[in-house]
Design a binder for this molecule. Structure first.
Ligand code: ATP
Ligand code: MG
Ligand code: MG
Ligand code: MG
Length: 566
């Protein structure tokens, strides 16, 4: 590729509205452009990386015996009614009607569609097991899209679904998929960690998330320094003896936040009424004498856009509960690839409210928390203070003590059991000719999120440093003065040909730019190898070479460059 034919679109300045480094670099390097909140166009360099991620995922899925299909993004509401998720799914599910007033959704996940497909295509146990996957656009109307493609509304996911007659068969496939996921992230050169995850209200016997470790990660991981135990924080907390939850009698205090408001202020500010109280929510840290109250605003707008006619306030007293119970009580959908319903919790202590979708509260002993996703915006130490799982304390398996890390969830595998097949009547005839509900598993990978996660782990102050398996091009050729020097031009063209013949991907900078500008661009988009060609080094019979990651410079004789790079 020649820059003159390309859309490089780099920029020097750090964009003001981008919080995390990957988002900043993806904008600066011309990887993505924002179209609207949570919606992005992929420019050529970004798309090349996205396609590389996708190709690795596809290859390893195929190696693991999965078969590719493609399902529609638009899905009929009828299917969602069958599983009850039409009712249960929160505003993250974008619903709309066609010209005939029929209800549809933009698919946030595809359990319903695949179960419908398979119940029609498969009738005998002999056709099982089945492992079907797709790489496809998902839409989730996230309450707070942020960090660029990391938490977008429209994003690319690989989702696989498996069908089995027996639990043993599901277990085998689940283990294979676990392996395939590890291979995928290893091939991408990412530091990652599989962790045990909560199976939530959907039931199912096993679930793991795969996290790319990064300080900017929205999730907390608790792991043991003495064993393989690693869990997401929600799961780790359920492994704790419940006695630690029974004790608190202190008054609740709230985490300091600029958004704290009294209920009266809220009701006045947004001109809303409390329309409904839901059943008792149970939250760690509250006691019967000092119940908390959660004021939950259902809606899909940022707070300052709240309007009474569009939003419903729900008040509920809080006692002890698991995260899953909270999700249940607020009518959120849980499970596998299905996102948790979007609810903006506003948590109050008698008359104080925290207006934030990442609200948090704690007992004065600092150990008991409530809230949903509250830890995301807190510094690590503060977030951990509010948790029941404490750094340095023994783990559930009795080996080692807890340590914590932040992670970006890039994959999630889940045993669904018969939840969907029961709801949708997806059966096969077994050996005895008896109809049996199929057991299912589902397996998601955030293909577009991985691009951002990889950049979080691979950058320096000059830009991206993606591993060669993911970088947009492998080699950058920088001819100095090629518009004036015939020799330089010829040499650059020859090198371009020689490297291309080896299947190496090259970006040749044929612009009339200053060397500094060209260098900066190559470093910003993070090409692993840069070769400089100038009159001076032609006289010496060598190329000037610079390695992006190590920063090491070398002179390489003309006839050795191809071997050196490939
Ligand atoms: P999160 O906890 O980050 O909201 P999730 O648990 O809702 O993710 P899943 O339903 O498990 O997501 O979907 C499978 C994968 O899709 C996730 O592991 C993640 O990598 C990716 N993903 C989910 N939501 C988004 C999003 N809004 N933008 C980009 N990728 C996403
Ligand atoms: Mg989600
Ligand atoms: Mg998640
Ligand atoms: Mg998940």
């Amino acid at each position: 590729m020649r820059v003159s034919n390309y859309l490089l679109s780099t920029q020097k300045e750090t964009p003001a509205n981008a919080e995390v480094i990957s988002h900043q670099l993806m904008l600066r390097a011309g990887f993505i452009r924002r179209n609207a909140s949570g919606l992005y166009s992929w420019l050529p360099s970004g798309l090349r990386v996205l396609r590389k991620v996708e190709a690795i995922v596809r290859e390893e899925m195929n190696n693991a015996g999965a078969v590719e299909i493609l399902m529609p993004l638009v899905q009929p509401a009828d299917l969602w009614a069958e599983t009850g998720r039409w009712e249960k799914f929160g505003p993250e599910l974008l619903r709309f009607q066609d010209r005939h007033n029929r209800d549809f959704v933009l698919g946030p996940t595809h359990e319903e569609v695949i179960t419908d497909l398979v119940r029609k295509e498969v009738s005998s146990y002999k056709q099982l097991p089945l492992n079907l996957y797709q790489v496809q656009t998902k839409f989730r109307d996230e309450v707070r899209p942020r960090f660029g493609v990391m938490r977008a509304r429209e994003f690319l996911m690989k989702d696989a679904y498996t069908f089995h007659l027996s639990q043993e068969c599901l277990d085998n496939t689940y283990a294979q998929m676990h392996n395939a996921y590890s291979k995928i992230f290893e091939r991408m050169g990412l530091a990652f960690r599989p962790v045990i995850a909560d199976t939530g209200s959907i039931g199912g016997s096993a679930s793991h998330e795969f996290h790319v470790l990064a300080n900017s990660g929205e999730d907390l991981i608790a792991y043991s320094n003495g064993s393989d135990y690693a869990a997401n924080i929600e799961k780790a907390e359920t492994a704790e003896p419940t006695t630690t939850l029974a004790a608190p009698t202190q008054e609740m205090t709230l985490v300091d936040t600029p958004n704290a408001k009294t209920i009266a202020e809220l009701v006045e500010q947004f001109d809303v009424e409390i329309t409904k109280t839901v059943k008792t929510l149970i939250v760690k840290g509250a006691t019967e004498e000092a119940p908390l109250v959660a004021l939950i605003v259902r809606g899909d707008h940022e707070l300052n856009e709240l309007k009474a006619d569009k939003h419903e306030l729900v008040a509920a007293p809080l006692e002890f509960a698991t995260d899953a119970e909270i999700k249940d009580a607020i009518g959120a959908s849980t499970g596998s690839l299905g996102p948790v319903g979007l609810t903006m919790p506003v948590i109050i202590d008698k008359d104080v409210a925290v207006m934030s979708d990442f609200a948090a509260g704690a007992n004065q002993d600092g150990k008991h928390h409530f809230g949903i996703n509250w830890e995301r915006d807190l510094p690590m130490a503060q977030a951990m203070d509010l948790r029941n799982v404490v750094e340095g304390e023994p783990t559930p398996d009795g080996k080692g003590t807890y340590e914590f890390a932040r992670g970006i969830e890039v994959g999630h595998i889940f045993q669904l059991g018969t939840n969907y097949s029961e709801a949708m009547g997806a059966t096969v005839l077994d050996e005895n000719g008896k109809a049996k509900e199929m057991l299912m598993g589902c397996y998601g990978i955030g293909v577009s999120r991985i691009v951002a996660a990889a950049i979080e782990q691979n950058h320096d102050d000059r830009g991206m440093m993606l591993p060669a398996t993911l970088a947009p091009f492998t080699v950058g050729i920088l001819p100095m003065n090629m518009h004036k020097s015939h020799r330089v031009k010829e040499m650059a063209e020859q090198l371009y040909k020689d490297l291309s013949a080896e299947g190496i991907e090259i970006l040749l900078d044929d612009r009339k730019e200053r060397p500094g500008v060209m260098f900066n661009d190559m470093e910003l988009i993070g090409l692993p190898h840069v070769v400089v060609i100038g009159d001076r080094n032609i006289d010496a019979g060598v190329f000037e070479y610079k390695n992006r990651r190590t920063g090491e410079k070398q002179e390489i004789p003309f006839d050795q460059i191809v071997d050196f790079i490939k």
